[in-house]
Write a protein that binds this ligand. Sequence first.
Ligand code: AGP
Length: 611
Amino acid sequence: MCGIVAYIGPREAYPIILKGLKRLEYRGYDSSGVALLNNDLRVYKKKGKVAELEDSLVGKDLHANAGMGHTRWATHGEPNDRNAHPHSSASGRLAMIHNGIIENYTQLKNELSRKGYQFKSDTDTEVLLNFIEDIQKNNNCGLEEAVRIALKRVVGAYVIVLLDKESPDTIIAARKGSPLVIGIGKGEHFLASDASPIIEYTKEVVYVNDYELAILKPDELILKNLGNEKLTPYVQKLDLELAAIEKGGYDHFMLKEIFEQPDTIFDCLRGRLDVTKGTITMAGIQQNIERLTKANRIIMVACGTSWHAGLVAEYIFEELCRIPVEVEYASEFRYRNPVIHPGDVIIAISQSGETADTIVAIEKAKENGAFIMGVVNVVGSSIARISNAGAYTHAGPEIGVASTKAFTAQLTVLTMIALKVAKEKGTIDTTRYMQLLAELHNMPEKVKEVLQLAKPIQQLAEKYKDAADALYLGRGYNFPVALEGALKLKEISYIHAEGYPAAEMKHGPIALVDEHLPVVFVATKDSYHEKIVSNIQEIKARKGKVIAVISQGDEIIEKMANDYISIPETDELVAPILSVIPMQLLAYYIGVAKGYDVDKPRNLAKSVTVE
Ligand code: AGP
């Protein structure tokens, strides 16, 4: 998820673009750049925040009435000056910025390399740009036509914006799967990923649809489809405030990120899981598959929410791959003198990729001969660089301190890795394998269904917001979800909460139970169902208030619980991706009901880069 902005008209383009990039920095902030078109085409780009780009351009000739800018959230190619956008074509005549993922870029790159093209970056974007220029040259056609031809060959998601040195009065843009809005001014036009860079200049906007192409001149906007048919732009009036736009109309980034999960899980599966072919394509894993299939032991190393993802993965890897798994708190692992055997694989899980304890823990393990696999969200982050191999979670930037969409993306990636290893090892039969692929494939739709329960969960939050303590209980795959639910409530509402394996209650914590204690059960239908029903009875017998997350149609627990949240039934192995969402929403709404800043909770940081 990157931020894109462009301008063409009588005003100075650079200041408009710079301000717009700063407004879009919540979409990605690892590198940025601008291209300015006047008599020549100047491209400036830099690793780091937009402010660093701005500082680096002081004293430069920035005069131009047309230009574009990009703030990056890396997917292909780590954050550095080379991979920052805009990219220039081989001839230098064209410049392009891009938001999205070109899934078949390797194939296009091979075709172009065979023609002698060299690439300055590791990005899919530069490949697409040269593919467009190659068509323009070979077909001897205009840029607009070359873009239309090229996009018919592209698989993936994109918003692209192009400048052509030889057409200083024109900007070309196209969209599929990533957001693009055009602002209509008097004798000028604005382009951006959302309206936040546009709102102060005009309230007249056009939201570009998939497979549409826009040709912009200062006083003209032409919309076409890839079939070269002209379309009538549907002009709308903006009635949103700036702050609301950055949060996409949600009150907080945390809520926005919770509601992004159908898309982020889809992005995680995109270009990787093919349910029809029954394949999982993950290059970083495939190239090192033997390390995993022959692993004597897998050690998950992480902190906080990522550690909970590791705990769910322990159940999954042992079940499917029959490889012993240990889950380690990085902060303990780094100081304990752990026994590391050659052949041990460490899976380091981290949203930020910058958590100090996890970094040092894996550096130590690496020194002792372990092979490090990273499951990371921030591309090019330290943990990604230290790892020998790995997979990105593609959840996009997570702004809210409480991790939500990164957690479900971590579970999705870890499940795909386990399925790939099990398939390779032959420890899973084809029916089960295909069944679990289908479960993952259908997950985004099921998540959408769970999100429709936000209102009743908000009412539950109102009911329990004054609780002094809370217990979260689960069994099997749902035990780590109980831990995660408790962590979310602690982080966001400052209510003391503990997560426990439900059967562990009898060994002490049940002493806490009385009529004032809400006890949240993660009790979706699974092989532990009967057991968890009796655990609920134990709590009921001591007047505890039972709130249960259950599978639709579970009449047994419906009758027992004081309150329940019914979610779509799914296989127990992937159920944590669904059952955690009511936990996220409950914590969020209790935090809001208590008037706390849920995006920046007290005492916490988004990335703990110190020990
Ligand atoms: C979770 O909501 C917290 N923000 C925190 O526990 C976090 O999961 C932990 O600090 C690990 O961060 P990482 O995934 O970026 O390594």
